[in-house]
Unconditional design. Sequence first.
Length: 267
Amino acid sequence: MDLGLKNANVLVSGGTGGMGRAAADCFAADGARVAVMARSRAELDSTVAALKKLGAPDAVGLQADLFDGASVDAALAELGRRWGHLNAVVNAAGPLSGGLKTFETYTDEEWQNVYSGLLMGAVRTIRAALPLLRKAPWARIVNVSAMSTKRQSPPLVAYTSAKAALTSVSKNLSQSLAPEGILVNTVSPGTFVSESFKASMAPIPDLDENDLYAVMGYINKNFGHHVFLNRAAEPAEIGPVIAFAASARNTYMTGANINVDGGSDFT
């Protein structure tokens, strides 16, 4: 399906790995100009080279720290000078932050760190991108949340609450930006085995982190997250969903929270 992304200008925050990279690959394959934003220069360079091979005519790597508003502003200013406008912004940055801890053991600093990365990183990016989105003939914002906002796990309290706040901000923006024709949606993945996720699972005894069924079995046993398909997923299975929500073919969906979780009892 042609998503209408050829020569569109797309920014993916957190686009060098995981679901962000999967989405960036989809944009590139559809002929979009893709900018990826992350902290590591080496990861940016390797991602840009791969995106160019996939078909992105002007792939760009923006080095920025999402915890620093000035850094994000500078990156978007650079992109504005280069492209002039943006058609889509995807916020996919922020792996599992804060670790697995009980509510009582989180410090104020840890709470603030999780919120600064998972919520405020997206807020800073959208705020800096809005002038460029408003210059485009069509514009979309997609924020990656998490299925755990609906299926709670006590050890994920900080991560889950920050993602829930991101979902709420997205819903609010979908209403405030609707008169301008800017569509805002949230995609909420279930268990996806990115490279960083595999690394976190590797120390677990007798668990093959590459076995999607084994991973889901572990998640179900320890976190109570059962899914109908009985397996976890690869990031490539969510990239196309994000790409559609961010594309010109999405003309009437805004304010939605799209579940991509392998099937659950939650809507």
